[in-house]
Design a protein around this ligand. Structure first.
Ligand SMILES: [Zn+2]
Length: 335
């Protein structure tokens, strides 16, 4: 059953290969061509710390760090421009969760995010009847921008959780790096895929949005529209937090609000009280103008945006990057 879902999703994804956001969770396995080994280049002189920070982008610097900084956990800056001190690792297996994409080493977060997941996993399992949840990216060990995929997830307060139930058995390392998440949206990006969408997905999203400390739950606009239809006649205060966003057809993105003890964590503007089901906003997400870049390949930007450097992040992030590493018992065996 599990394998069948995976296969059918893979086909869907191939059909939608033009949608750039659909590639977020697709791991492309490439077999290197066999060739005679090239002679090794002469060793480069080591860069000093200052030279590294000046010449390398923030994502190269933060992406190269394998372990968290020592000290108290603090979320610093804004979700798409910040970092994380004293990050904590989510164990790769829990009673109701398994972490995917282990080779990325992005299962780190602020302790409030780890506690959220430990609490949410059994609640989601109960609400949906699933065995548990599949957890995608949290943050890098010290947060910051990452070499691929996300512009947010930098402060250790964001997590992606797949729309696919956790299987009964423990997935292998290989499977966790290669299996694709199921897509709940049809190929036209205007309707749900009846083969993958289930009523349990409503319970899953609702449970996430109802947890204390949750600031936003991002889903594809098609999914938001269906939620609006389903919950119309029931109380649904939680719906205000469920917001449409690009992609998010194969996972939810849960964002927690700034925790206590992180004075330099910048809060996102709170959601307005309305459920977001009426008015122009939701419809505009499904308009041809907004959908086109998802269906056809968007034109490449005229000038690539200037890469984010360490100096573009809050000054405390330099200290986080340069701090000694805390050795943890979990930080191994992911490759
Ligand atoms: Zn995300």
């Amino acid at each position: 059953m599990f394998a069948r879902i995976v296969t059918s999703f893979f086909i869907t994804c191939v059909a939608a290969a033009g949608f750039v956001a659909a590639t977020e969770h697709l791991a492309v396995a490439q077999t290197p061509a066999t060739a005679a080994p090239a002679p090794l280049p002469p060793p480069k002189p080591e860069m000093t710390e200052q030279e590294r920070e000046k010449n390398l982008t923030a994502k190269q610097l933060f992406g190269a760090v394998q372990l968290p900084s020592i000290g108290k956990a603090v979320a610093i800056g804004y979700y798409p421009r910040g970092c994380l001190a004293g990050g904590v690792e989510l164990p790769i297996n829990g009673p109701n969760w398994q972490v995917m994409r282990l080779s990325r080493n992005r299962n780190w977060g602020h302790p409030t995010l780890i506690q959220f997941l430990e609490k949410f996993a059994p609640l989601a399992a109960k609400a949906t009847g699933w065995k548990g949840i599949l957890v995608g990216d949290l943050a890098q060990p010290r947060g910051g921008p990452s070499p691929s995929d996300h512009s947010s997830h930098q402060t250790g307060l964001d997590v992606d959780i797949w729309f696919m139930p956790m299987p009964e058995r423990e997935l292998t390392r290989e499977e966790r790096n290669t299996i694709s998440a199921i897509n709940l949206v049809a190929e036209d990006w205007k309707h749900l895929n009846p083969e993958t969408w289930t009523p349990e997905h409503v319970a899953f999203i609702k449970t996430a949005a109802q947890q204390p400390g949750v600031e936003r739950v991002l889903v594809n606009a098609v999914i938001k529209k269906e939620l609006c239809r389903v919950v119309k006649k029931q109380p649904h205060d939680w719906m205000a937090k469920v917001r449409p966003w690009y992609g998010h057809h194969d996972h939810i993105h849960v964002r927690l609000r700034c925790p206590a003890g992180s004075p330099n964590c910048r809060a996102q503007e709170p959601v307005k009280g309305d459920d977001g089901c009426t008015g122009k906003e939701l419809d505009s997400w499904l308009s041809d103008k907004r959908l086109r870049p998802q269906i056809t390949k968007p034109a490449p930007p005229k000038k690539p945006p200037k890469p984010m450097m360490l100096a573009d992040l809050p000054p405390a992030c330099k200290t986080v990057l340069e701090s000694p590493a805390r050795n943890t018992s979990f930080a191994n065996d992911k490759r």
